[in-house]
Design a protein around this ligand. Structure first.
Ligand code: S3P
Length: 173
């Protein structure tokens, strides 16, 4: 069973995903990285040249391909992927979805440090907050919820592993 990490940008999907992958001994896939590899350019350049709707199409195709893999994988989705009903359905059928919940104040601080997120570039705190509020109901649809506030990535991964064990998901199954 794949494990799909969802949540706002900068919620720790990649960093917690890597810890999880190591601890559970299953491979890690970052959808943003897969998109960049497939397109041979950065996410920022895809947004700038072809716009968001083009990006979303590629994103959903790459997610579909990754979910087809026979080997169980930890998959870090981009922050907007789970908003799409078809993606969400596919993710929930072929993986266990996990929402990494981080408060919006922390998200805002983190995204300001990284310039490779075109969707929030030049956006005010209020606008980022609005985006988050619009997205919450979708993130809440994930099967597992991990409160990541004031916890480091190892603790978050440990909490997730223990929740996964309770529903019978262990290493390599
Ligand atoms: C996006 C999040 C990004 C990336 C793209 C759009 C979003 O991924 O997919 O910039 O809509 O929230 P991260 O969540 O890994 O930053």
């Amino acid at each position: 069973m794949h494990i799909a990490l969802v949540g706002m940008m900068a919620s720790g999907k990649s960093s917690i995903g890597k810890v999880l992958s190591k601890s559970m001994n299953i491979p890690f896939l970052d959808i943003d990285k897969e998109i960049e590899f497939h397109e041979k350019r950065s996410i920022k350049s895809i947004f700038e040249t072809n716009g968001e709707s083009y990006f979303r199409k590629i994103e959903s195709k790459i997610i579909t391909d990754c979910l087809e893999k026979k080997i169980s994988t930890v998959i870090a989705l981009g922050g907007g992927a789970f908003l799409n009903a078809a993606v969400r359905k596919n993710v929930n059928e072929k993986s266990i979805s996990v929402w990494l919940d981080v408060n919006i104040e922390t998200i805002i601080t983190r995204v300001k440090k990284n310039k490779n997120r075109p969707l929030v570039e030049n956006k005010s705190d209020k606008e980022i907050m609005k985006l988050y509020e619009k997205r919450l109901k979708y993130y809440e649809m994930a099967k597992i919820h991990i409160d990541c506030n004031k916890k480091n990535k190892t603790i978050c991964a440990e909490e997730l592993i223990s929740k996964l064990k309770k529903i019978g998901i262990n290493e390599n199954n």
